[in-house]
Design a protein around this ligand. Structure first.
Ligand SMILES: [Zn+2]
Length: 481
């Protein structure tokens, strides 16, 4: 999304490549001394290179001498220790007996936080739209693995992927072949003819009017085109059959769309209801891409639970969202960054319009205590994804540091839990508490006082643990037993 020259991008990609090699090898070493048995969903699989059992036979991990931001409270809990067994936090205390076979990390008074969650990502989408449709699917998979590692090294231990095919990448990460965050995916987004997601040329006819039964964007797993209730139901069921944690639908115009100005309300109440009710029958929820009052009110009425973007909604709609327990899944950086060079004047104007709506939206959210999620929606270039951590600092215009940190941890964790039995990682995320999944960060300094620390995760995140395994550890360590 950044207006970089090809040469700039080449330089930037070269830097990313060096960083990747550096962090990937560090991760490989670190995981080798991690704790607990690696989680695997396919028992017959041979052990992967990154699934090595702890060489020293440690069964538990103790992170001692830390100040805890637990994801929900405003104050740090000082001078604490956290004990992790397998992939679970089993004890949080000032003082307890250290079990034998424990790997110990001395936090040295650093801040321990839950791993961060990015609630709006597109891991598959790392090049511009035209390149995206022309490139082989495995190229997209390769870039996604690269970016998954980068994301983890920025402290994001979970991504909710709201559109795109990440099933193979997710499986390879979950099986331990590659470092990367947990992935909650919607798979293909359900979109209507002429809606956001319809990147077909105007010479490509919809299949209902004699066009091909499948187009590039569908084949690559980005979108299912569905018009009318029966097709929306088929698409919803296909998404859920593929293993989705929730359903995502485009219900309004988009900044980067080709044929759908922002004011357009996409899909009727009945069509949105069809997807929301199907999600409900699978005991999960519907997330919708929406900007305007009209599209957002219709979605709330239909039963959608997470409202992505919302930049142009007014007070009545914010209040209605709060009343109905919906989450406002807002982003800032993607609007405040310079428009990509590939944008047409119409797209640039729409980005400007969406950016101008942010202040009103987030001020209203603050006023009405709306549940605001933390997401970035960075896409179409690896360089733009490097700006992920600016989202923390951008939000200080509207929210306190602790509010922003709660958004990126416990509030987002609540959204992940909405997947119910479709949750691919059963357990609590976004909090530091007994029984929660062990995704934790150790930060040099106190982000409650200084969020700028997070702009430089390479320097300032000393330890990254996901699912009980250590992926980065810059601190001295020793073991007992
Ligand atoms: Zn998006």
């Amino acid at each position: 999304m950044k207006g970089k020259t090809p040469q700039d991008q080449q330089d930037s990609h070269a830097n990313s490549r060096r960083d990747f090699l550096k962090t990937a090898s560090a991760a490989a070493v670190a995981v080798g001394i991690g704790v607990g048995m690696a989680h695997t969903t396919h028992a017959a699989m041979p052990a992967s290179p990154l699934m090595t059992k702890d060489e020293e036979g440690h069964e538990t991990l103790l992170i001692k001498n830390v100040n805890i931001f637990d994801g929900t409270h405003d104050q740090l809990k000082k001078g604490m220790s956290v004990l992790i067994k397998g992939n679970t936090i089993v004890e949080i205390s000032t003082n307890f007996t250290v079990p034998h076979n424990t790997k110990i990390i001395d936090g040295g008074g650093r801040t321990l936080t839950p791993g961060f969650i990015d609630i709006h990502t597109h891991l598959q989408f790392n090049v511009g739209p035209h390149e995206f449709m022309a490139a082989p699917a495995d190229y997209h998979g390769a870039l996604a693995l690269w970016e998954a590692n980068n994301t983890l090294m920025r402290g994001f231990t979970t991504m909710r992927d709201v559109g795109g095919s990440v099933w193979g990448v997710k499986r390879a990460i979950d099986e331990g072949y590659f470092p990367g965050p947990r992935l909650y995916s919607s798979g293909s987004v359900i979109g209507m003819t002429a809606g956001h997601g319809d990147y077909r040329t105007t010479n490509t006819f919809p299949r209902q009017l004699g066009g091909a039964s499948e187009t590039e964007i569908e084949r690559l797993g980005m979108t299912y085109f569905a018009d009318g209730v029966p097709e929306v139901l088929s698409a919803s069921r296909t998404v859920m059959r593929s293993g989705a944690a929730f359903i995502k639908m485009f219900v309004g115009g988009a900044v980067s769309g080709l044929y759908d100005p922002l004011d357009v309300a996409e899909y009727s109440l009945e069509e949105i209801k069809a997807a929301a009710h199907e999600a409900d029958r699978w005991n999960t929820y519907l997330a919708v891409h929406t900007y305007t009052d009209k599209a957002t009110m219709t979605s709330i009425e239909a039963g959608a639970k997470t409202l992505e973007h919302c930049n142009l909604i007014g007070e009545k709609t914010v209040k209605h969202a709060v009343k109905n327990g919906c989450y406002i899944s807002a982003q800032t950086g993607v609007y405040l960054s310079p428009a990509p060079e590939s944008f047409t004047p119409a797209q640039v104007a729409r980005q400007q319009q969406a950016a101008e709506g942010l202040d009103n939206l987030l001020t209203l959210c603050q006023k009405h205590k709306a549940k605001v999620a933390f997401g970035c929606d960075l896409l179409a270039s690896l360089a733009s994804k490097e700006t992920q951590c600016t989202e923390f600092v951008n939000r200080t215009k509207w929210f306190s540091n602790v509010e922003i940190l709660k958004q990126a941890t416990s509030v987002n964790g609540e959204i992940l839990a909405l997947s119910g039995p479709r949750n691919p990682y059963p357990g609590k995320l976004g909090v530091i508490e007994k029984g929660a999944l062990a995704d934790v960060l150790l930060i040099n300094g106190n982000p409650l006082k200084d969020l700028d620390l997070l702009l430089n995760p390479d320097e300032n995140i000393a330890v990254i643990v996901k699912d009980g395994k250590v992926y980065k550890d810059t601190l001295s360590q020793h073991s007992i037993g």
